[in-house]
Design a protein around this ligand. Structure first.
Ligand SMILES: *Cc1c(COP(=O)(O)O)cnc(C)c1O
Length: 408
């Protein structure tokens, strides 16, 4: 019999959302007629905006006509979308990207999960803690994470983010090859200033490390001077790859479109110690294992860069941000210590003293019929915290906060 990849047998189950769903279902079954409000989801709830839907329809019609039908698209994305990204997402903020530095893909999850194929099998990986699980699990699947100890992976370097350090991770205290950063952060909802990000860029440069920057929530930034892209930080082109997505920006979680930036300056060493451009490796990988995002979907994504599309998409984000403010200010008023929710759709709160994240989950479900996500599910430093999301209706969000007030 053939042998499987041993690393998969070490992966802990994807316990977090399975467990919250199980407990919620059990509660609902035991309490019929009580309405549970879900503020645990990391998925958008508003539909695609009209400009995007119109673009999808037009592109679908083109595909049914011989003269405008399209087969395989360009390997790294249609020029109309790549150029729109370069202009509207980067040049408008003083960042100039070459055409072949932008890669269109079917998701930032795929990109941040696949990018590790470019690293050597013994590369040392650093992640912030708590963390979006994909960075950890994709490296664990490749055998780079070492052994699972029940709480941590033995070969990963964890950079704690907590109330004590203001959710600003310290640079690694030992050599690492790759650092994953996600800002605005999922799950904590916090951001880094340019100065704080520059500490990482400088460290990466001085230590020959690579930064994978996940900016899936960049469209939620409202505070002036908070960078939307790591390339707004001087020197980042030499050390950083950036992954962005239309999922949270434009409601594309079920539609699928994203982009990844790999600047020519980013190099790693080959077996002879010679620098090699990661851009060339990523092109090679993409043309071998990916055949592009469909034409109608790329047209749909490009529609958010028309003036009307941009306005409609912004309106949806502002809607979510109203919810984030309701949660943040509501909980603050109840005496909770809360973080995030200003530049991201996530609010991260400190659970009361002596209570675990899972205790708090049960308490909220039992007493308020509100579902959130226990912080400990995102990593050891998440214990004692809890995530609530802005992805629900304003009415339900207000109701949830009122229920919390009654619990106090
Ligand atoms: C939602 C999310 C993404 C987006 O993934 P897609 O595959 O583009 O839907 C990426 N990174 C983080 C941290 C996320 O929360």
């Amino acid at each position: 019999m053939f042998h499987i990849n041993h690393a998969f047998t070490q992966l802990p189950g994807s316990y977090l959302f399975a467990e919250t769903a199980k407990r919620t279902k059990a509660y609902e079954a035991a309490h019929p007629g009580q309405e549970v409000i879900r503020l645990g989801i990391g998925d958008v709830t508003e539909p695609l905006v009209p400009e995007v839907v119109a673009a999808l329809h037009r592109a679908a019609d083109e595909m049914g006509v011989r003269e405008t039908f399209r087969g395989y698209g360009p390997d790294y994305g249609y020029a109309f979308l790549v150029d729109a990204i370069r202009e509207h997402e980067y040049a408008s903020r003083g960042v100039n990207l070459a055409f072949d530095e932008v890669f269109i893909s079917d998701g930032a999850k795929c990109d941040v999960g696949n990018i590790q194929e470019l690293f050597s099998s013994d590369a040392v990986i650093a992640v912030t803690d708590p963390v979006y699980p994909v960075y950890v699990d994709s490296n664990a699947m490749a055998g780079r994470a070492g052994d699972w100890t029940g709480e941590k992976w033995s070969r990963l370097v964890y950079l704690p983010c907590n109330e004590e350090n203001g959710f600003v991770p310290a640079v690694p205290d030992r050599p690492v090859d790759v650092i994953y950063l996600c800002y605005p952060n999922n799950p904590t909802g916090t951001v880094l200033t340019k100065e704080q990000l520059k500490v990482f860029v400088d460290w990466a440069k001085a230590n020959g490390a690579l930064i994978i920057y996940d900016a899936a929530y960049r469209a939620y930034v409202h505070t002036p001077d908070i960078p939307l892209s790591i390339y707004e930080v001087e020197g980042a082109r030499e050390v950083a790859i950036e992954c962005c997505s239309y999922s949270k920006t434009a409601g594309f979680t079920g539609t699928r479109c994203a982009w990844c930036v790999v600047p020519h300056e980013v190099t790693g060493l080959d077996a002879d110690g010679k620098p090699v451009e990661l851009n060339a490796l990523w092109k090679r990988r993409m043309s071998t294992k990916f055949n592009g995002v469909s034409y109608p979907i790329q047209r749909a994504a490009a529609a958010i860069y028309t003036p009307e599309g941009a306005r409609q998409v912004r309106e949806v984000i502002e809607k979510y941000m109203v919810n984030a403010r309701i949660i943040r200010e509501g909980l603050q008023g109840l005496g909770y210590r809360v973080f995030g929710g200003v530049d991201s759709p996530y609010v991260w709160l400190r659970v009361p003293e002596g209570v675990t994240s899972w205790d708090f989950f049960d308490r909220l479900l039992d007493r308020c019929q509100v579902v959130g996500t226990p912080g400990s599910g995102f990593g050891p430093s998440g214990e004692g915290y809890f995530r609530l999301t802005a992805f629900n209706s304003e009415e339900k969000t207000r109701q949830a906060v009122e229920r919390l007030a009654r619990m106090k």
